[in-house]
Design a binder for this molecule. Sequence first.
Ligand code: CTP
Ligand code: CA
Length: 236
Amino acid sequence: SPSKTAAGPLTGRTVVVTAGGTREALDPVRYLGNRSSGKMGVALAEAALAAGASVRFIGAAMDVPAPSGAEVTRVESTGELREAVFAHCAGADGLIMAAAVADFRPAEYTDAKIKKTEDGASPVITLERTPDILAETVCRRTEGADVPPVIVGFAAETGDDSGSVLEYGAAKLQRKGCEALVVNQVGRDQVFGQDTTEVTVLFADGREPVQAAGSKAEAASVVVEQLAGLMGREVQ
Ligand code: CTP
Ligand code: CA
């Protein structure tokens, strides 16, 4: 579908936004998933559209509809998301990785439904690591692939005895190699599925962190404003 033509700091720019939670199939009827609602990713896509961008939206499992006005691709697994990100990054100016990507997936997929057995034994499910799409995308750019110059990651952190939410965020930003990382605090009832959020945007170039709180739409417009700033398009 054609993109909206709002005039703004991202007019003429193309932004890829990923959203929702990936699902990793165990058998034809079961999967491992996560609590991502997709709301933040949709809010980011809408904020980018409102700023004048063409948006390529890649949605994994979500509780909300995909944004209208964006070019929408739906995916299920981390493997599918990875392929969609690589394909849609070509020619784009920015990438926002708001999707909650599974860290582990079943090491084996069973073609037939796993059945209970007579002996009452429970199956043991072996997991393997998934590819890190964000880190891999940054790496591909280093190797000369057609990847956006501005990549923004998201970090869901809880903080614990060995580090605060922001300390973990700063370490993650370095590890991923992207231009900015949007850090938020998560818990069972915090952020996931909620309509409000509190985020801190950390920058790789050393500029001061930027905070945003309020509705996901308000936080998303702050993130998009920072994205425009990183593209050299300061908001008037
Ligand atoms: N991400 C990704 N591929 C993965 C895991 C995460 O692209 N396999 C991306 C997410 O979309 C997000 C960023 O990396 O933009 C950070 O995700 P997060 O889950 O906070 O970080 P992890 O590196 O998975 O570390 P951990 O969950 O162990 O804290
Ligand atoms: Ca993770």
